[in-house]
Design a protein around this ligand. Sequence first.
Ligand code: MF3
Ligand code: CO
Length: 250
Amino acid sequence: MKINLKSQSEIAMIRKAGMILAECHKELAGNISAGMTTLEIDRWVEAYLAGRQATPEQKGYRGYPFATCASVNDVVCHGFPNDRPLENGDIVTIDIVVNKNGWLADSGWSYRIGKVSEEADMLLTVTQRALEAGIAQAVPGNRVGDISSAIQKVARTAGVGVVKPLIGHGIGRAMHEPPDVPNFGRAHTGPLLREGMVITIEPIFTFGDTGAVLWDDDGWTIRSADGSLGAHYEHTLAITKDGPLVLTTV
Ligand code: MF3
Ligand code: CO
């Protein structure tokens, strides 16, 4: 499928969605704490977006029932918000796709609840570093494989696993557009990065060094196969002649 290049005014529209999303995550970062439930967070996010004339694109997407994905501990991705209070030491990823005037931005962050174990802290730090390493490769003339291999290298060096079935993607008016942006691969391979492409980069790592995962019976919730923790960081960004322009940061 053809990769859809965006004009500067289209990128500005995605930026509007991204700014709302970034501010929403900033609020979460400052407030998320033990005792809250992920269902409360989900409702808060939906109301936050409604207050800014924006909507959560996940809700109803292929039948997904919530405004956010909320993935706690061994849930690595696409967890359902629920009514279990978060506990000190948990990690939770809140993943949100904002629709503002028909344009989308996608960003997920793993949060620490209270004081987490040293290894949990390391996993989150490493996954966030991999996102940054991937973003640094998102320049015109590079290829998607340069992003992928930079991410994989960070995982390998840290001795953590890449969850291979879950990948970044193009984004615009649709949540998932070409190209795929895997979290593993070889440098100098794959589609050429060109000015005007808008993509997500979203490493998802687990402790098990294979990164193997299993789906729950709900058809959505993805857990690490070995029960170890999972972490996920995601930004939406544009490829510009001046370098990567992150659209989901304040
Ligand atoms: N942020 C996720 C992604 O990267 C959202 C897909 S999950 C769904 O694509 F709930 F929206 F389906
Ligand atoms: Co995404």
